[in-house]
Design a protein around this ligand. Sequence first.
Ligand code: FCA
Length: 327
Amino acid sequence: MGMFKKALLAGAVLLMAAGSTLAADVKIGFIVKQPEEPWFQDEWKFADVAAKEKGFTLVKIGAEDGEKVQSAIDNLGAQGAQGFIICTPDVKLGPGIVAKAAANDLKVMTVDDRLVNADGSPIEDVPHMGISATKIGEAVGQTLVDEIKKRGWDMKDVGAIRVSYDQLPTAVDRVDGALSVLKAAGFPEANIFDAPQAKTDTEAALNAATVVLNKNAAIKHWVAVGLNDEAVLGAVRASETVGIPADSMIGVGIGGADSAINEFKKPTPTGFFGTVIISPKRHGYETALNMYEWVANEKEPEKLILTAGQLALRDNYEAVRKDLGIE
Ligand code: FCA
C-alpha cells in the first residue's frame, strides 16, 4: 500500500472514532423508584435485552427516595457512565435531578413518571416515555361501566374506591380518566370515595381502602380504581378482609405484570376483574436503546413518547401478552 492510501485509511479510521463511541465503552444507568415491583423488574429485564443486543453495560439501581437518587447519579458519574434513565420516587425532585445529571456530565431521560418544575409544570426538555394515562384510565372506566351493567347493578347502590396518589400527575390522570367515564355513565359523584395511599404499593392501598370500606359498610357493591395493579389489588384485598364477596367487587388495574397475572391464575376468580396491560418492553427496551443511540451516535430521543394499553381479563390475558410481545 502506498503512503497516500495509508494516510487516507488512517484518516478514515480517525473520523469513524470521532463520530461514534464504541458500544463496549457505553455505560447506561437505569434507576427505578420501586425495584421490588414486578413492573420495574420487567422494565429492567427488557432494558437488559437492549444492552445485550448492542453490547453496552447497563447499571440497574433502585432508589426509593431523594437521597438515594442523588447518590445513584453521583455513583454513575464516578463509574464513567454517559447517561441514565430514571423513574423517580418523587417528580418534584425534577430540577435537582437535572442539575445532578449535568454536574456529572450525564445525559438523562425519564420513564413512567415525568419530572416537574417547582411550579408543577412538566420539565419538557428532558426526553420522556410515559403511558397515555387519561386514555388508559378511560379504558378502565369503560370496563367498569360495562361490567356494572352486565351484573345488573343499580349505580346508586355501588361505591367506587379511588385509591389515590395525587402528588403524581400520571396517577391523577389515570384515576380521573376512569372516574370521568363512570360519571358520564350516570355513576353518582357522592358514591366516589378517596383512599389516599402513603406509597404506591399494595399494602398502602389496602390500608387506605380499608378505611373507606369500614366507613361505608352499608354499601353492597364496589368498584375500585388506582394508578396501578398494586393499588387496585390493595382495594380488592381490603374488600376480602371486611367480608365483601368476590362477586360484589370489580377492580380493574393498570400494568399487567406478575401482580395481576398471579391473580388471574388463582383457581377461583377474585374481585380483581381485569387490568389494562401496558408495555414494559417499550418502556425498558426502547428507552435503553434510545439512550444508547444518544450516547453512542448523538441521536437525541424524541422529547415525549406516550404508549398505549390493552385491556386484559382472566380469560384472555395470555393472548394479550403475546400480542404485546411480553409473555
Ligand atoms: C408509575 C407507577 C408504576 C407503573 C408506571 C408505568 O410509575 O407507579 O406502577 O404503572 O407508572
